[in-house]
Each structure stands twice: as C-alpha cells, then as structure tokens.
Design a protein around this ligand. Structure first.
Ligand SMILES: NC(=O)C1=CN([C@@H]2O[C@H](COP(=O)(O)OP(=O)(O)OC[C@H]3O[C@@H](n4cnc5c(N)ncnc54)[C@H](OP(=O)(O)O)[C@@H]3O)[C@@H](O)[C@H]2O)[C@@H](O)CC1
Ligand SMILES: [K+]
Length: 499
C-alpha cells in the first residue's frame, strides 16, 4: 500500500487515464460503487442517509454512491452544497446518470437550509471536498462543516474528511470529523500525522482499479504489512548454530536504570539473536542477569574503550545516562566502523554533538528517536516534526546518511537514500517506559540476520507492534496494563504466525 501526497495522486490518476486508457468516469464509478457496497455492509436500510456533495470529483464520487444506494432501496437524499453550474466534468456526467434515474438532487446553499435538511438524518456521507482543497475553507462550506460536526449523525467521509489537507506541513483550518473514512485508492500523508489522523476516524482503503505501473511515477512511500514480513523474514536453517544468528552487544544501563538494557538484551535473544553480551555498570550485572540469564556480561563501569571486533551488531544508549563520560563512549563506538550500530535514548542525546561523524561511517547507523528526540536532534520544535514528519525524517536521513526510525503511533522508517516505510502496528499500550528498549533489542536481533537493513527495520517495527496487538486481542493484557516485558513474551505468538 503506497502513501501519497495530493500531487502524487493526481499524477497516478493521469497515468491511469493517459497511459492506462481508463476513463476518469470509470475511476469515479469504481470508487463510488465500492464505497456504496461498504456502506451497505455497514448500515441498515432503515437509516436515513444524506449524501452531501461539493463541486469537485469528490462530489462526483458522492453522486455514484447515491445511485448505488438508491438502487438497493436505501432512503438517500442528495444535498448539493454548491450551485448547479459548479458541477462539471466527470462529476457532471455522474450527476446526469442520477437525474436519469429520477433521484432528486436538492441544491442547499445556506447553512440554515442545511440545518433543516439534516433533521432526522442518521448518516451523513461527506463528499464535499476531497484532495483538491486549497487554502482556508470558504463560506458557506465553512459554516456547513461546523454544522455537520455538531449533528448526532454518523459521518462517513469519502476519500478524506472534507477540509482536511491531504499533505503534511499544512495548517488544519476546519474539517469534518468523520467516524469512518473510505480512502480512495491510496492513503494520503495526513492519515499518519498526529494532528490530522483523528479526523479520519476508522478508515479503509478502497482500490479503484488503477494499474500498479502508475505508482512508478511517484516517490515510493509504502506501508509495511504482514505479507511483507512473511516474505522477507529469514528462515532458520536446520543446521544453524548460535554463531549463525548474530553476536550482539547491548551497551547502556547506568546504575539507576538497569531495566533498560535488561529489556533490550532479553528482547534481542527472544527475537532470535544467537549470542548477546550486555556491557553495563558492574553493580547492575546481578540484577540484569536475574532477568536475562542467557546473556553474557561485560563490566563497563569506567565507560572506557570497548572493542567491537567480533560483534555483528551493537545497540547503544538505553538507560545510559547523560554524563560526559557516556558521550565519549558513544563517540568511541561510532568511530569503530565495521559494525552496524543502533543508537537509542540517551545515546541519541549524546549523538547530538557527534552528528558530523555519521556520514563517515561505513557500516549502517540506525537511529530510533521518538518525536521529542527528533526535535532535539534537529533543533526544531516538536510541533514542527509532528506537522511534517515525512519530510523531516527524509531530510535528516539523507543529510546524515543514516537509517532513521521515527517512533510514533505510525512509525516512519527512512533509509539513507530517502526510501520511506510506515508501520501501523501497535497500540496505546506501547506508550510506556521500556517499550523502546524492547524495540532496540528486536532491531539488534533482526539487523544481524537480514541482508537488507531496511527490511530488518521494517520487520522489527512491525513485529514489536504486532506483539503488543496480539497481547491485547488475546485478552492477556489491556492497553492499560501492558508492560514492555509483556511485549517480549508476546513474541512467541508473533513468530508462530510466521511459520
Ligand atoms: N485519485 C483518483 O484517482 C480519483 C479521485 N477521485 C475523487 O476526486 C477527488 C479529487 O477531486 P478534485 O480534484 O476535483 O478535488 P475536490 O477536492 O473534490 O474539489 C475541489 C474543489 O473544491 C473547491 N475548493 C477547494 N478549496 C476550497 C476551499 N478552501 N474552500 C471552499 N471550496 C474549496 C474548489 O471549487 P471552487 O469553488 O473553487 O470552484 C475546487 O474546485 C478525490 O478526493 C476523490 O474523492 C475519484 O473520483 C476517482 C478517481
Ligand atoms: K470528503
């Protein structure tokens, strides 16, 4: 599933029409028909539905939906929120089909009239504005959107909640707050942003028959799914031994935070790492070993030099603390070039002053900031990152030649060449201390076993979230009591689904 900007979507659309020979009216028919079918599954015939259409092709989708629902006996009324002369092109064609079928279309041009028309309406189908919206929402649509949001009716948006920008880095003006959105063909960037995602409500992507070749025209941003994981997940060879699955080093855990590295190392072993060594403060070792007795230990009390030769991967920074000696240590690790390094938590704090070293590294460097850490690394406000996470992540990864995992509800994974993936697994239970340490451990295990760093990162993020999801779905936890250690235990169920 590709994630697009409005411009990408128009490009894809043009390709389908010009190169694929598919008429725009057919794409509109496909979209409207498929959405109407979804509506028929979701809603009873006894509901009173109002389909609200605007001037563009989003409104055109609305005319098609109305035709199919009417044919099936749903009591729909079509409210056209713009004057007749505004309906043009493909939308006009479908409006005409509706008129041929004697479906009445009411012109509703004021908020008062709209209020009157919405009395006793149970379901609003929002086909007012799609991805063509620009600038501040103008009256009377502005007032109409407010009125619609105030109704008790359930709201289904077509493609995008009307008024919401499709792209990141736009200010939200006013927009429909949908209960569910049927996204036409491909999710738009705003679906994945913290500030805009809630407007969509539940969502489902509706394919409309665009040839896959059309996606060759746009920058690739994809969401990673279970099928991708199953295809790319490395199979364990029957005759493998512990050395075949990577020798990893977990560095961190100051005296007051032994749990962080304990979680990372246990997660790495549970995620399939062959051997894990934990380099931490001497006094922590008995505590950590109690939780993770399969690991080996190295005393790091002085934060001196540690030789990385012989290790296949390193994860550094979890619970490491922010004193200057810890920084020297991060610097020492980065300078040893032959090992892939994952930098998390306090390691990222120290990295801020070491960014200049990144481009010089010959082995992959993987950074795992959440939005706050990303703001710190880029000297930006956190709101700036939230508003344009795709761009901020891409610019940073390309500039510093790193792999970047920008952690959030939707995690954005970026390779140094700018390729981006989005992970959508996981739930609110993960918003808790220690879950990031678990991700670092899974990442370490996977990076040591995959040829492709990007695939390993995608799989680690997917599986980390999936473990949390399965814990909730199975009733073993709720989003309130889920612990980072539960996510580690849940890996067993995840791996069962892989075979
Ligand atoms: N992708 C695909 O393959 C397919 C996509 N399809 C569908 O097409 C949709 C995109 O259609 P689109 O380009 O016509 O844009 P859309 O948003 O419906 O209308 C734009 C109009 O809105 C108005 N307007 C704009 N800003 C405004 C503002 N601030 N305040 C007030 N009014 C404002 C402005 O009208 P104006 O009043 O300026 O004449 C402008 O002309 C897409 O979302 C999907 O649903 C399907 O049909 C199947 C194939
Ligand atoms: K809409």
């Amino acid at each position: 599933m590709y994630i697009v900007t409005a411009e990408d979507m128009y490009e894809i659309d043009r390709f389908a029409i010009d190169q694929g020979g598919i008429d725009g009216t057919i794409l509109m028919e496909n979209a409207g028909q498929a959405i109407a079918k979804e509506m028929m599954i979701a809603e009873e015939k006894s509901c009173h539905m109002a389909i609200l259409v605007g001037s563009g092709n989003n409104g055109g989708d609305g005319f098609v939906i109305a035709r199919y629902l009417k044919n099936e006996g749903y009591p729909v009324k079509v409210l056209q929120l713009v004057p007749n002369e505004k309906i043009k092109g493909d939308a006009a064609y479908h409006k005409q089909l509706l008129i041929h079928q004697k479906v009445p279309i009411q012109e509703v041009l004021t908020t008062d009239k709209l209020l009157e028309c919405l009395v006793n309406v149970d379901i609003v189908i929002d086909a007012i504005l799609g991805i063509g919206v620009t600038g501040e929402i103008r009256e009377p649509l502005r007032g109409m959107i407010s009125i619609i949001n105030e109704q008790n009716a359930r709201i289904y948006s077509v493609d995008i909640p009307s008024g919401l920008p499709a792209n990141e880095n736009h200010t939200i003006d006013i927009a429909i707050k949908a209960d569910r959105t049927y996204i036409v063909e491909a999710p738009k960037q705003s679906l994945f942003l913290e500030n805009t995602a809630p407007y969509y409500g539940e969502w489902k992507v509706i394919p409309i028959g665009i040839p896959i070749e059309a996606y060759g025209m746009i920058p690739k941003v994809r969401s990673w799914n279970l099928k991708d994981v199953k295809v790319s997940f490395p199979k364990r060879a029957t005759f493998s031994h512990k050395g075949s699955h990577g020798k990893g080093l977990v560095i961190g855990g100051q005296e007051l935070m032994p749990g962080s590295v304990a979680l990372s190392s246990r997660a790495a072993l549970k995620a399939g790492a062959g051997l894990v060594t934990v380099a931490t403060m001497e006094r922590n070792i008995p505590v950590i070993a109690n939780y993770c007795m399969e690991a080996m230990y190295q005393n790091l009390s002085n934060f001196g030099h540690i030789d990385l030769a012989g290790f296949d991967g390193v994860a550094i920074g979890m619970g490491m603390g922010r004193n200057r000696t810890a920084k020297t240590f991060v610097e020492d690790v980065l300078a040893q070039e032959d090992v892939p390094v994952i930098i998390d938590a306090d390691g990222l704090y120290h990295l801020k002053e070491l960014l200049g070293m990144l481009q010089e590294r010959r082995s992959p460097t993987i950074l795992t900031p959440h939005y706050g850490e990303m703001a710190m690394l880029t000297n930006q406000e956190i709101e700036t990152i939230k508003k344009a996470p795709f761009t901020m992540a891409k610019e940073f990864a390309q500039e510093h030649q790193v792999y970047l995992i920008l952690k959030g509800k939707y995690t954005i994974i970026t390779a140094p060449d700018g390729t981006q993936m989005v992970n959508a697994t996981g739930n609110a239970g993960l918003a808790k201390g220690g879950t990031g340490d678990v991700l670092s451990g899974i990442l370490l295990a996977f990076i040591m076993q995959h040829e492709s760093v990007l695939e390993a990162m995608n799989n680690a993020c997917f599986i980390h979230g999936m473990s949390a999801d399965l814990r909730i779905e199975s009733g073993q936890n709720t989003v309130i009591d889920l612990l980072a250690s539960d996510v580690i235990d849940g890996l067993t169920n995840v791996f069962r689904t892989m075979s």
